[in-house]
Ligand binder design. Structure first.
Ligand SMILES: Nc1ncnc2c1ncn2[C@@H]1O[C@H](COP(=O)(O)OP(=O)(O)OP(=O)(O)O)[C@@H](O)[C@H]1O
Length: 864
């Protein structure tokens, strides 16, 4: 049951903790929870013996109650089902609605008339030659005890087992619903407690208290304790009234993720004995709206719902682990359907009848839909909110509750049409499948989740601390890094080992281009695309050459250590077989450095429009890194080499915006204390990069990649646009004079690059080439290669984003479960995920923007 009529936050509270008193402290609520001082000594049980099934159920249980359950709250239940160990969860049981037909004896006026309903067998009847079959058919001579044994006894055992249960009485006015559920009013009086007229509710409570007593004695070693609290309400003309405090009218139904559906401000009172319950029943029933109709002198004009929440706690003798169970029993006496013609209702009665019929028709409609869903498996909208009744009782209708429907009928010919209607309703109700689960939480589970929450809190604090430390050049990176660690932590905590989905980076799928988005991007960074295209007239052609010869020029960018010794980053490693490509994956251990292969790039003629990397780094650290291995190189264009189809190899994976942030923050440090956010850095970088590219585009320069043959001439240093890689041209030596040696601070490996074989991946170079010698094919290949690089990165980022979203949803579920320790960490953890999401979004945005720019470039080249 979805916490219907339960005060907020009461479901998983532990009122019995530290309480040896049989009368625990009432929950905090506007509703009253009156303790009873009565002894929990059940009166003699007039009802029949325990069912064998229940005895078996008890015997099997480790604690006296059946297997461990998910929570009654669907969200909590889901989380438990998904995250906790097998033995802590019992599966949901699909249970059909139990339908019992009860035929009342003919009343005086009907005695002379014809009886049209005949019971055929224990579960079937016939009416006007038509046969109907249900779970049970109770003839007019069936006693209240018979009905208790059919319906009430299972309710008690289910309740003790931790299942929610509901009993609905449905039928036309005067058919015996009230009689069945409550019994005649005088049967509730103390002197008549053993009367055979007693209604179902009284009998259930008698049995319940007897069983509770029995179980507590039997499992005293496990400190088994029970606690019951009750509420009583009516829905009259679509308004809810508290029958235990009728001054509280027009109560509102609320729903939240923690408590499910409940009635705000509804009185709840603790009950420890039959006497307590009787008192409440008498009080509530006397406050019910009744009225005389031609069929029933005391007709109920409202739906009334009596609810009892039973909570239990026990401790396993073996391991000392406590378990908490919560179950709920609803007794629902529906107002009777009536035909105005038949009842002769007028005035207020007529208005009531209209409301009653409307409400019952909405219930019928809901039952039809639920029956259809159960039979066909089709997903449909279930209109629970059509009426107060269905909204309030939604958990009983197709949800987490075992439902029994007692359909009362009259045998009289005059009621034929109504009886048919009731039987058809009963048939449809029979088709509904509920999913009742045992509502139990183990202390171990609570402990585990508390630990996870604490870890997440700590992680969030660390992230925040790092994120706020703008002056620290490492801040951005470490924040990003911690975000990854958080994901790992989550992955670990939630016991969901998973890796980022593999993305084929070299895939050739076309990416969708949003021209408008490109324009927006330009606008955002303060440029108009037209400005860019009309910027300059110089013609230069750059080519990325893949060299497999000696003298490979490689840069190993130390992306992860942009601190004070950042200049040491980009230290030597043998390019071959080194970390030429960095897989962007979540690893359990933090990586202290990311080493990226960058190719030596030689400048063409030193165009004023092309900014050397070292200048750009010194003058404007925010720009995209354009590096040169030799800032002093003469501006001689190298003869183009024959082009080979470019391979976007592993080095392309070095396009990482996480490094951008790092690099930018390094620059930030050099620039002084002024705090610039990573987003601003990114925007500035894009601005600068686009400007450069735009100028080149305006000059109708062609960029393309080629594979440089092994025997190619040493290239002259040129510029290379390498997104997100911090370069340190000052560390470069002119090729041929000194071996190029770079050492990463972290790995401290020193490798002489000279004369070593080059990994293909490290040899991408951007060099000026003669346009005339470039083939059309090559022209197209250049942007395509870049496109692939960017597309791959974008896909990877998208995958990461998707992963983050999944993790976020898991955290959300975890947050919902956080009711267990009443921690207010929901927002914190959500913020954490937002933070994670933002990091990834920045990267994704940057890559996407660059990809768009290159796409435009390609178009332009193709056109030219
Ligand atoms: N099984 C029964 N045995 C004896 N009397 C019965 C039985 N069922 C109903 N009655 C009597 O029939 C009358 C109408 O019953 P009841 O008030 O329970 O009908 P109802 O379905 O609740 O009607 P309404 O919907 O108008 O409230 C009552 O006087 C009740 O005592």
């Amino acid at each position: 049951m979805k916490h219907f009529m339960l005060p907020r936050n009461t479901n998983l509270r532990d009122p019995m903790e530290n309480s040896s008193s049989p009368n625990p402290t009432p929950p905090k609520s506007k509703r009253k929870h009156k303790k009873s001082s009565k002894e929990n000594t059940p009166p003699p049980d007039p009802n029949s013996q325990l069912s064998p099934a229940s005895a078996t159920s008890m015997a099997k249980s480790k604690c006296p109650l059946p297997p461990r359950p998910p929570s009654s709250n669907p969200l909590k239940r889901k989380l438990f089902t998904e995250t906790l160990s097998e033995n802590s969860v019992s599966g949901a049981s699909d249970s059909g609605v139990k339908v019992i037909i009860r035929m009342r004896p003919p009343i005086k006026e009907e005695e002379e008339g014809e009886t049209i309903v005949q019971k055929i067998t224990g579960d079937s009847l016939s009416i006007s030659g038509q046969t109907f079959t249900f779970d049970s058919v109770a003839n007019s001579d069936a006693t209240q005890l018979d009905i208790f044994q059919l319906v009430g006894a299972p309710v008690v055992e289910n309740c003790l087992a931790g299942f929610n249960s509901s009993v609905f009485a449905y039928g036309q006015t005067g058919s015996g619903k009230t009689y069945t559920i409550w019994g005649p009013a005088n049967a509730l009086l103390e002197e008549n407690l053993s009367s055979d007229q007693q209604g179902l509710t009284s009998r259930v409570f008698q049995r319940l208290f007897a069983r509770i007593n029995e179980e507590q004695i039997k499992h005293a070693d496990k400190q088994l304790k029970y606690q019951c609290r009750c509420s009583f309400l009516e829905i009259y003309n679509e308004q809810i009234t508290d029958l235990l405090d009728p001054n509280q009218g027009n109560l509102q139904i609320r729903e939240d993720v923690k408590s499910g559906v409940y009635v705000e401000n509804l009185t709840e009172e603790y009950v420890n004995s039959m006497r307590d319950v009787t008192k409440l029943l008498l009080k509530g029933l006397s406050n019910r709206r009744t009225g005389a109709t031609s069929i029933n002198a005391e007709s109920s004009r409202s739906h009334s719902v009596f609810t009892c929440v039973v909570e239990s706690r026990c401790k396993s003798v073996a391991d000392g682990v406590s378990s908490f169970k919560t179950s709920r029993i609803n007794f629902v006496d529906l107002a009777g359907s009536e035909r105005q013609k038949l009842t002769g209702a007028a005035g207020e009665r007529l208005k009531e009848a209209g409301n009653i019929n409307r409400s019952l028709s909405q219930l019928g409609n809901l039952i039809n839909i639920l029956a259809e869903v159960s039979q066909t498996g089709k997903q449909r909208h279930i209109p629970y909110r059509d009426s107060k009744l269905t909204f309030l009782l939604q958990e009983s209708l197709g949800g987490n509750a075992k439902l029994a429907m007692v359909c009362a009928i009259s045998p009289a010919q005059s009621c034929k049409s109504e009886t048919f209607s009731t039987l058809r309703f009963a048939q449809r109700a029979k088709a509904i499948k509920n999913k009742a689960v045992v509502n139990e939480v183990m202390q171990d589970d609570v402990k585990f989740l508390r630990e996870v929450i604490q870890q997440l809190k700590d992680e969030l604090h660390r992230m925040k601390a790092n994120g706020n430390n703008q002056a620290d050049p490492n801040a951005g990176y470490s924040t990003g890094w911690n975000a990854r660690r958080s994901l790992n932590l989550l992955k670990f905590s939630l016991n969901h080992p998973r890796v980022l989905p593999h993305v084929d980076e070299d895939g050739d799928e076309e990416m969708e281009i949003d021209e408008e988005a490109v324009e927006n991007l330009f606008a955002q960074i303060g440029l108009r695309s037209s400005d860019i295209y009309n910027h300059s007239n110089e013609v230069t052609k750059l080519e990325i050459i893949e060299s497999d010869s000696g003298n490979p020029t490689s840069e190993i960018g130390c992306a992860s250590d942009p601190g004070p010794n950042a200049s040491e980053c980009g230290k030597a490693r043998n390019v071959e077989g080194t970390d030429a490509h960095i897989e962007e994956e979540i690893s359990e251990e933090p990586k202290t450095s990311e080493i990226m292969a960058v190719d030596r790039v030689e400048p063409a003629t030193r165009s004023p429009n092309i900014i050397p990397a070292h200048e750009s780094i010194q003058e404007n650290p925010d720009c995209l890194t354009i590096e040169t291995t030799d800032g002093n190189s003469p501006g001689i264009l190298k003869s183009p080499t024959s082009s080979v189809s470019p391979k976007v190899n592993q080095s392309t994976k070095s396009l990482r915006t996480s490094s951008v942030v790092t690099a930018l923050q390094k620059g930030l440090k050099n620039d002084g204390p002024e705090a610039i956010t990573p987003t601003e850095h990114l925007a500035a970088s894009l601005h600068r990069g686009l400007e450069i590219i735009g100028r080149s585009l305006a000059l109708r320069r062609s960029y393309h990649f080629s594979l440089k043959p092994a025997d190619s001439q040493p290239t002259i240093a040129a510029f290379k646009v390498d997104v997100g890689i911090q370069t340190f041209p000052q560390d470069y030596e002119i090729q041929g004079e000194e071996p190029l040696v770079f050492l990463c601070t972290n790995c401290k490996e020193r490798t002489n690059l000279e004369g070593k074989e080059n990994n293909e991946s490290s040899n991408l170079q951007l060099v000026p080439v003669d346009e005339s010698e470039s083939s059309e094919k090559t022209k197209k290949q250049v942007p395509k290669a870049v496109e692939k690089v960017l597309a791959g990165s974008i896909r990877r980022e998208m995958a990461l984003e998707e992963f983050c979203a999944k993790q976020a949803s898991e955290i959300m579920q975890l947050n919902r479960l956080a009711v267990i320790d009443r921690c207010n960490s929901t927002n914190m953890k959500e913020n954490a995920m937002l933070l994670l999401g933002r990091q990834e979004k920045i990267k994704f945005f940057a890559l996407r923007a660059l990809w768009m720019v290159f796409y435009l470039l390609r178009n332009s080249w193709e056109q030219s």
